[in-house]
Design a protein around this ligand. Structure first.
Ligand code: XMP
Length: 240
């Protein structure tokens, strides 16, 4: 028996050509893996634990969704990479202010295309409440040498300006080549010490915000969005 194998269709099939899709994310976003539409580090909703959604029973209003944060942080990383490259820098040293800036810094770092050294300093100015104590405290000043380096100080929110002003003075002692500041949020209405950050994600009104690393009494840092707390949750004596 003779088996006739026929190729069908006989002409090249257009459907077999790779499909060119428009990128789903912001044009400026750095996509380290351009072959996929899944952003590599965007928080994913976890159906089993319920984590990762854009709501929480204690949240009154969502100000910045996880998608908005993802896009803005990638834009900032793109801008930072371009600005330092234009300076002729091949490497930067990111100093994140723990704990609040850790989530923001983790996402920002992964969008920066230059070689990046990373360290943290620990500061606190809020203790179990929504009002700052007047003098911030620095608990751990980091260990990387900074002399002659391009240093980028990263914090979650610029509020009164006291913490960053203190940290900037501390870092300047090491004589970095450049020292710039990058904050996700800028609450200009509450400034006590004059301070301008070179890179700002969003301006925020004078409301207490939590999520994406920002806490109230060490809670809510894990929320993938930023929002305001319900007033009844702002009294920790009512907590379990
Ligand atoms: P200052 O006032 O020194 O404060 O600029 C900076 C630090 O205070 C914390 N902070 C906040 N934390 N929601 C928070 O969860 C807020 O609205 C808020 N405002 C200030 C924050 O840790 C920041 O690094």
């Amino acid at each position: 028996m003779r088996v006739v194998l026929r190729t069908f269709p006989s002409r090249p099939c257009l459907f077999a050509l790779p499909v060119l899709r428009a990128p789903r994310f912001h044009a400026n976003a750095i996509m380290p893996f351009p072959h996929t539409n899944v952003p590599p580090h965007m928080p994913v909703f976890n159906a089993r634990t319920g984590a990762g959604g854009d709501s929480h029973p204690d949240i009154e209003r969502v100000l910045f969704s996880r998608e908005a944060l993802y896009e803005r942080v990638n834009d900032m990383a793109f801008k930072i990479s371009g600005d330092y490259a234009a300076l002729g820098a091949t490497e930067i040293t990111v100093i994140a202010v723990a704990n609040g800036a850790m989530v923001f810094a983790a996402d920002l770092l992964r969008g920066i295309s230059l070689n990046t050294r990373f360290d943290t300093v620990r500061a606190s100015s809020y203790y179990d409440g929504t009002s700052p104590v007047s003098v911030p405290r620095i608990h751990n000043a980091g260990r990387l040498e900074l002399g002659g380096r391009h240093v980028l100080l990263v914090d979650d929110i610029l509020d009164t300006g006291n913490t960053l002003a203190l940290l900037r003075d501390m870092l300047e002692v090491h004589r970095p080549a450049t020292l710039r500041t990058c904050v996700l949020l800028d609450k200009k209405a509450r400034r006590v010490t004059p301070y301008t950050a070179e890179y700002v994600g969003f301006d925020v009104p004078d409301v207490f915000v939590v999520g994406y690393g920002l806490d109230f009494a060490e809670r809510y840092r894990n929320l993938p969005f930023i929002g305001t707390l319900k007033p009844e949750r702002q009294d920790i004596s009512s907590w379990d």
